[in-house]
Design a protein. Structure first.
Lengths: 241, 596
């Protein structure tokens, strides 16, 4: 059995769970509604299509963080609540495979969610001549920020059996990362630069402007892999207990 | 054997400490090439081998190790490339043998450190034997530390060489290809200090732009500050508010007086200012890094002058742009020894619309200057001096009769609008522009005729439209057959020619009014004047050629399009998804649950 087979199977199972849950569709509708209304509003209010797309992705980044938190809160907490975590841990798969499998499911759900907003983006291209490059960059940033929020919440989901608690803790952690950027201007250097580097939104600013930058991509990937690593440790400690 | 067992039991801890020790050794023997390099690489390989043997039963993990090994070398390659790049720009091109050593050494160091980190992470996080609680905790803390260090190192490396892809139209936040080429050729140390706080609306734009400059040439240091919170830096740079860029030449031997002239400041406070930033910044860099060239205007023949007394007849905008392009504007008068001779320091002579003839002595001095390799930028009036003493040598002749066209700018039919340019030299970029942008305007325009001459090259840069004609009898109408419809030569260039080389000597325009303040900002007039001078002086790196970044225009949607957007994507699409999923889940839910 290859390393990736259980990962694939687990992600398929979790994706099925997501698609059978009404809450997933509520999240999808919420994101599409926000994306649609921000597009409609921005085209009226912003000075140019460039600024409009920037504003739309600013809103989408927030929506993706919220949906990342809401989707990831159930990943392990639900298994614990329903008592299936013990069953899962008895399967011949290790913690890394569990973490990767479950996170892959969230990744596909978030990608699907972004795909649902494509008709709106295409309308922006045809009606207002939006730049495809800026849209592509915005989508990449939105996916990465959503996945980062999901990874953070995934970690808390591994610690508690209450989904709400996982969501609150994950949300608080994400907000903390956001606030670092907002408060950094009021702090003196060199701490200012350090705090700014940890901010979720500061790293998203290039994406919304249509600039894909390696340090920003590396930052999000680092946050995701760090929290997945922590989640794995949390699961391992449970097995040990 | 006991020691080896001890090491095996505590491998993560042992490795971490020895890694730190290696780094210290590396720093201590900084100038020694081989021993630390070999030591680090051998150590890392040994550790890697140990990791593999400890995990020989876990085939999948071994394959992960090998993947890690490949990844390690890729990262090393990336790092060594950067290192080489730094050396190349700092010290010129390296000798080949040094290059090989550098590449090899950097690969060894980088591979060594990263291999150790990998081995530590995998060994520490997955012990083969079931550990005790304390061992488990210790291993996890170590694994976490190593993993975190790896992530920090990765972020640091990415930050150090922040590769960016600007996906916007025209690469709005990055240097253009010409700008990049120019910046990469700068050989002097410069610093750019920008005062843009985090919440400034241009903070991000400026930051990306400056990053691109720093990446293009590592002799240029860039930094961003807040003038209100970082008062010391602001005072040092003599800046009292945000929105300034201070460009300084870093010359250790400069006196206080020199330092004063080695600073340029640019104010960029609005988005419109930002569109011109590249041109302004590169002009400032050029002014700091190259010598100013002297440009002499001829006087006393009724010319239009930069500082003319008549408001309507001034070239102040042209002069301002000349200064921005690092030219020193001077006048060709008795003070500089004219008409005995044209000063030797003259990079070019500008003759802007003389009305009266040059005296024989002046003609002689100008022809002498021409023979010495001098350059002339000439703007002629229809009713003025035709410079035949100079043009005859080049096979050029100014036609005094007005050039008229059916598509001229009314009310005068000799206010020509040109949209056709030769595809070479400074006009090449105009050809790529849209119809709406590329035009230039020539009020009261004449034309040139060209006669081929041995040893002389002649080029027409700007043509009028094909419905133009020379109105010889000046009656405002076309009278065939003499006044046939044709494209007329509005701007021509000429110079001497040998088998291998062309020497650019003269660039002449058949209108002087197009330089006037009131016309020069129309279409591409200003670009043609400055770009033409740069071309003449064979210094096409000069920056005025850079066009401003894309202008932002508001989006205008028709009411139908607006309604379409609102109803389709704010109401129908989300409701459809929500309602559809609700119906499907409610109807199919029991069935799905049973199947599950």
């Amino acid at each position: 059995m290859s390393f990736w087979f259980p990962v694939f199977e687990l992600s398929r199972r979790d994706m099925g769970d997501f698609f059978r849950s009404m809450s997933t569709y509520v999240i999808f509708s919420f994101v599409i509604f926000l994306f649609g209304i921000s597009a409609w509003y921005a085209l009226k209010q912003q000075a140019s299509i460039f600024r409009a797309v920037q504003f739309i992705f600013y809103v989408l980044s927030g929506a993706m963080m919220v949906s990342g938190v809401l989707l990831a809160m159930r990943l392990i907490a639900e298994e614990r609540q329903e008592g299936t975590i013990e069953l899962l841990l008895t399967f011949p798969i290790n913690e890394l495979q569990i973490v990767l499998g479950k996170f892959t499911a969230v990744k596909w759900i978030l990608l699907f969610e972004l795909a649902l907003t494509l008709p709106i983006s295409l309308s922006l291209v045809f009606l207002a001549k939006a730049n495809l490059g800026q849209l592509l960059s915005g989508y990449l940033g939105a996916l990465l920020i959503g996945l980062s929020a999901a990874a953070v919440t995934f970690f808390y989901s591994a610690w508690t059996r209450y989904q709400l608690l996982a969501a609150l803790a994950g949300g608080a952690n994400v907000i903390f990362f956001l606030l670092l950027g907002y408060f950094s201007p009021y702090i003196d250097p060199p701490l200012k630069q350090v705090l700014r580097e940890f901010s979720f939104y500061v790293h998203f600013m290039n994406f919304e402007k249509g600039v894909i930058s390696l340090p920003d991509v590396v930052f999000y990937i680092s946050i995701i892999s760090f929290y997945l690593f922590l989640t794995r440790l949390a699961l391992e400690s449970r097995r040990l207990a | 054997m006991q020691i080896l067992n001890k090491v095996r039991q505590n491998i993560p801890l042992f490795s971490l400490f020895s890694l730190i020790l290696l780094i210290v050794i590396r720093q201590f023997f900084h100038d020694v090439l081989y021993p630390p390099m070999v030591l680090i690489f051998a150590y890392s390989l040994a550790l890697f081998y140990l990791a593999l043997t400890l995990r020989e039963r876990e085939k999948k993990l071994n394959s992960l190790f090998f993947l890690a090994f490949v990844f390690t070398f890729l990262i090393s390659y990336f790092l060594q490339n950067e290192n080489l790049w730094l050396y190349q720009t700092r010290e010129g091109s390296l000798r080949e043998e040094n290059t090989t050593i550098l590449v090899f050494r950097t690969i060894m160091y980088a591979s060594g450190y990263i291999l150790v980190l990998y081995s530590l992470a995998l060994l520490g996080s997955n012990p083969r034997q079931q550990p005790s609680h304390s061992q488990f905790l210790r291993n996890r803390v170590l694994a976490l530390t190593v993993f975190l260090s790896f992530l920090i190192a990765l972020n640091f490396a990415a930050k150090k060489r922040p590769i960016m892809w600007d996906a916007t139209f025209m690469g709005q936040f990055q240097l253009s290809a010409e700008g990049k080429k120019y910046i990469s050729e700068v050989r002097e140390k410069l610093s750019i200090t920008a005062f843009y706080p985090f919440f400034h609306e241009l903070h991000r734009e400026i930051s990306i732009f400056l990053n691109d400059i720093a990446q293009t040439n590592n002799l240029i240091e860039v930094s961003l500050h807040d003038a209100l919170r970082e008062r010391e830096i602001a005072l040092e740079k003599k800046v009292d508010r945000n929105g300034w860029l201070v460009i300084e030449k870093k010359d250790a031997q400069a006196t206080e007086v020199d330092k004063y002239s080695q600073v340029r400041k640019i104010s960029v406070t609005t988005k419109d200012d930002f569109r011109h930033l590249e041109a302004d910044l590169l002009s400032a860099i050029q002014a700091l890094t190259s010598q100013r060239k002297n440009i002499y205007f001829t006087v006393n023949h009724g010319e239009i002058l930069p500082d003319g007394n008549i408001r309507e007849e001034k070239l102040s905008i042209f002069k301002e742009q000349l200064i921005k392009n690092n030219y020193e504007v001077k006048y060709l008068n008795a003070k500089v020894g004219f008409p005995e001779k044209v000063p030797d320091d003259a990079a070019a002579v500008i003759i802007s619309g003389p009305r009266t003839a040059f005296s024989p002595a002046e003609q002689k001095a100008l022809v002498n200057y021409f023979d010495r390799g001098g350059k002339f930028l000439i703007f002629l009036r229809r009713h003025g001096e035709d410079l035949s003493f100079l043009f005859r040598k080049l096979g050029l002749r100014m036609e005094h009769a007005p050039a008229r066209s059916e598509v001229a700018l009314k009310p005068k039919s000799n206010n020509l609008i040109a949209e056709r340019y030769a595809e070479e030299g400074f006009t090449r970029r105009l050809i790529q522009m849209s119809e709406a942008e590329k035009f230039s305007f020539f009020p009261d325009c004449g034309s040139f005729t060209i006669e081929a001459k041995e040893g002389i090259f002649q080029k027409t840069f700007i043509f009028s439209d094909s419905r133009s004609f020379v109105d010889y009898n000046n009656n405002g109408k076309q009278d065939p057959p003499r006044e046939s419809l044709q494209s007329l030569n509005i701007a021509v260039a000429a110079g001497s020619k040998t088998e291998n080389q062309e020497r650019r000597s003269v660039l002449a325009f058949a209108s002087a009014d197009f330089l006037l303040d009131k016309y020069i900002k129309m279409g591409q007039n200003l670009y043609l004047a400055i770009g033409g001078l740069n071309w003449l002086l064979e210094d096409e790196r000069l920056i005025y050629a850079l066009e401003p970044k894309l202008e932002e225009k508001p989006v205008s949607l028709s009411p139908r399009q607006d309604d379409f957007l609102f109803y389709s994507f704010v109401i129908i699409w989300p409701m459809l998804l929500l309602g559809g999923s609700f119906l499907i889940l409610k109807i199919l839910s029991p069935k799905i649950t049973r199947e599950t």
